[in-house]
Design a protein around this ligand. Sequence first.
Ligand code: UTP
Length: 325
Amino acid sequence: MRAIIPAAGFGTRLKPHTFSLPKVLLNVGGKPILGHIIDKLLAENITKATFVVGYLGEKIVEYVKDFYPNLNAVFVTQEIALGLGHAIHVAAHTIDDEEIFIILGDTIFDVNLSEVFDKKQSSLGVKTVPDPSRFGVAVCENNKILKLVEKPQTLISNLALTGLYYIRNSALLVESLNELFDRDIKTQGEYQLTDALQLMIEKGEVFSTFQVDGWYDCGKTETLLSTNQFILKSKGTNRNVSGSIIIDPVFIAENAIVNNSVIGPFATISENCEVNESIIKNSILCPSAKVERSMLDNSIIGINAVVKGNYKKLNAGDSSEIEFY
Ligand code: UTP
């Protein structure tokens, strides 16, 4: 089975970090988002992958080749990001198997994939969400998908598509993507994968669903930080740093320097970072960031960025109330 990983988007919602790094390479829990995804695929013996790249794509190619030399990786370029349907269409010529697994490059998930791949029909990962209007949704009966709708205007289902697509009939998917373009079917200005899958249903393909309880989106600062929390909870390292207090779970790279600081909980301190006399919780320090005499919470500090603060000098009298915002 071949995995197809769309990773060509701009990551606009994660600016300024995505000015210099594609979203899928942002570090979460000590590893780029894409690294977590590839590890999960390799654990399932999926060794063939097509990466759809575009914006800053050369950095993705370099990362995959450097860190996963044994992965049978193919890279295709989506010159203009016209939507997920377009991304898969661009990758269509690399499909060499009947079955494919499409996974968005910015989604970390916790699902037993072996169970999914044992299924006899195509199957899409879903999760019940309170407001499905910004997702593709599945209308189901007895676990069979009757209809798929991208970004529905009215509440027709709470089952959102999570970005995990197991397709058993890839030839029909390609046929449906071709039709999407021939008929110029767009939703909200984009060629949507959901619309191509709906065409597959209309052509008789049977889709079931599988529950994705662990769905960790990395598209926005808040979701990147909550995904960081999830990863650290499950895989955080226990590292002692003499002279500093570590509140687990945290990730502190082997070569990061930490002096006289309080780190954690939920702090990722990447390779070559330096932290001096600081308190850092619920934050991600990207590689080579430097933080000095600062208190950080809910923060993402980019590669090579430097943050320096200072301590307050106070002469506070008895019963005074002082608040710093
Ligand atoms: P998103 O729409 O969430 O990612 O697509 P984005 O476009 O990078 O982010 P924003 O909206 O600008 O903040 C989900 C995944 O699908 C890929 C993206 O790279 C991301 O991994 N994608 C999306 C493509 O590869 N091509 C597209 O045309 C659209």
